[in-house]
Design a protein around this ligand. Sequence first.
Ligand code: PGA
Length: 252
Amino acid sequence: MTMRRTLVAGNWKMNGSRTESAALLDGIRKGISAASRAEVAVCPPYILIPLAAEKLAGSPAVWGGQNLSVHKSGAYTGEISGPMLRDYGCTYVIVGHSERRTLYGETDAMVAEKYGAAQVAGLIPILCVGETLQEREANQTEAVVARQLDAVLDKHGIGSFKNAVIAYEPVWAIGTGKTATPQQAQEVHRFIRSRLTARDKTVAESTRILYGGSMKGSNAKELLAQPDIDGGLIGGASLQAEEFLTICRAAD
Ligand code: PGA
């Protein structure tokens, strides 16, 4: 009885030449059906966003960024802002990906700021949360995910989740080929939704929670069949049109 529209979002990370990306975008455009019930998005590197906008304009697919600055404009060398992403037609922006958190020192507080900056710019944040292997083995999964989630909930309120997406990405499953089992993922997705429900049941029912971490054509269907898994955030498997389209079809 849920009204949540499944979302399959490709996170290209730092991959793709212009030529490769043009071919990938053409392949996606050709392969997605206008009748698709699932929503399809790609998040290329900043520099390839104009190409995505050009190639996907008028198709059912949308595009987004992988990160954004907390500032709108100004003396922030090397940064890209939410309004700039919006100007290029971005719908989504990934916020707090584990690679940003671990490799670039993004704290829960910074991630919460970026989440707010995205919404102010008219972008839908895809807020990433997830535990490391060490944290899972220490039975810290729920505590870590709750902490990451509460940083945003406390700053922006449950109402902000009417226009946001959450991605549960166990760090140990990202790029490792070690996918969480559907049961492992569902357990954490249900926990995340219950955390939202405690603040507002209606919002919790409408918020999409994606799974990310080695999702691919061969395992997408059983993950997406779980009641609280509303789509996928796809890294490696989003770099080949056929593989990505297989996931999109599984989501349909
Ligand atoms: P993966 O990456 O699908 O390559 O594991 C997912 C992500 O990091 O968003």
